[in-house]
Ligand binder design. Structure first.
Ligand code: NDP
Length: 265
């Protein structure tokens, strides 16, 4: 464990992580992650969608907790606060979100091997880099950090993003009726209301806003890495999703709706 907590190892892994994030960004411009509406039956494993989501997100929680507890500052107030934020965020994404998903009985979702491999590597790095930063490497998190403007502004932005994300995920989740789910009908509808009034992918927008907030509140390179990977994953996918809706629904799709940023993009 000491090896992973040392400054030298951390710095090298951080550098490698940023290179990897750059590769994800370039790759995402040319390659569409094959899950959900863009799922590809070939070249992956078929898993119940809830299990797939749970397994994909699990390393973020496990690696954060394991490395956090090993750090010298793991009993300090600010690191513990960030542990709480992490557990809430990934508790939602890895446990609550899959549990609430409306999934047709017996449905199997295809998770491409590349998605699984890249996902596990990224979520493990997320957990490691952020946990070791807050509980071992950084000396900036005395209790004064709770009143630092970066913390206050960042957490306000984070909470807005997180709440908007919960609401947008809720709208998407309730587009299929329970009867359609029971019948196994994979129906797609135009989402309306909330932030969907302005953009096609508000859950992606708000996820990005959450991580912008966290990067400000933590003021760390590790949080910037998470933000960069999130942007790399979600910005191209937002444009692909927007094009998919326009093609599928044609004139019925609200023409004023943008892909990701209200009024702009
Ligand atoms: P989607 O919104 O595409 O899918 C969520 C669920 O809603 C799926 O069960 C999907 O069914 C269903 N659904 C989607 N659109 C419709 C529709 N028009 N009509 C009926 N049902 C629909 O989102 P993602 O799966 O891509 O993302 C879910 C959450 O995870 C988001 O909040 C996102 O921000 C977050 N996320 C974060 C990432 C990160 O890097 N931080 C990466 C990826 C996701 P089906 O599967 O059948 O299409």
């Amino acid at each position: 464990m000491d090896f992973f907590l040392s400054h030298e190892t951390y710095t090298w892994i951080l550098r490698g992580a940023f290179v990897y994030a750059g590769l994800i960004l370039v790759g995402a411009l040319f390659y569409r992650a094959p899950y959900g509406r863009f799922g590809d039956a070939a070249g992956g494993i078929g898993l119940p969608p809830r299990v797939g989501w749970f397994l994909m997100e699990l390393p973020a929680t496990v690696s954060f907790v394991v490395f956090f507890l090993a750090g010298r500052n793991s009993a300090e107030a600010v690191p513990l606060f960030f542990l709480g934020v992490w557990l809430v965020h990934y508790g939602n994404r890895g446990f609550v979100f899959p549990l609430l998903m409306r999934v047709q009985r017996g449905a199997r979702a295809s998770f491409g091997w590349l998605v699984i491999g890249a996902g596990w590597l990224v979520t493990t790095l997320h957990g490691y880099l952020n946990a070791v930063w807050v509980s071992e490497i950084s000396d900036q998190y005395s209790t004064d950090w709770f009143t630092d403007p970066r913390f206050l502004v960042g957490m306000a932005v984070y909470v807005c993003g997180f709440v908007g994300n919960l609401h947008s995920d809720h709208i998407i989740r309730t587009l299929r009726t329970r009867r359609e789910i029971a019948n196994g009908d994979k129906v797609y509808r135009i989402p309306r209301g909330g932030l969907f009034r302005w953009v096609t992918s508000p859950s992606y927008l708000t996820e990005i806003v959450s991580f912008v907030g966290l990067a400000i509140a933590m003021w760390s390179p590790a949080a910037c890495f998470v933000l960069l990977v999130t942007v790399a994953n979600l910005v191209p996918r937002a444009f692909q999703t927007h094009a998919w809706y326009r093609e599928r629904f044609g004139d019925e799709y609200p023409p004023e709706r943008r892909a990701l940023v209200p009024g702009l993009l």
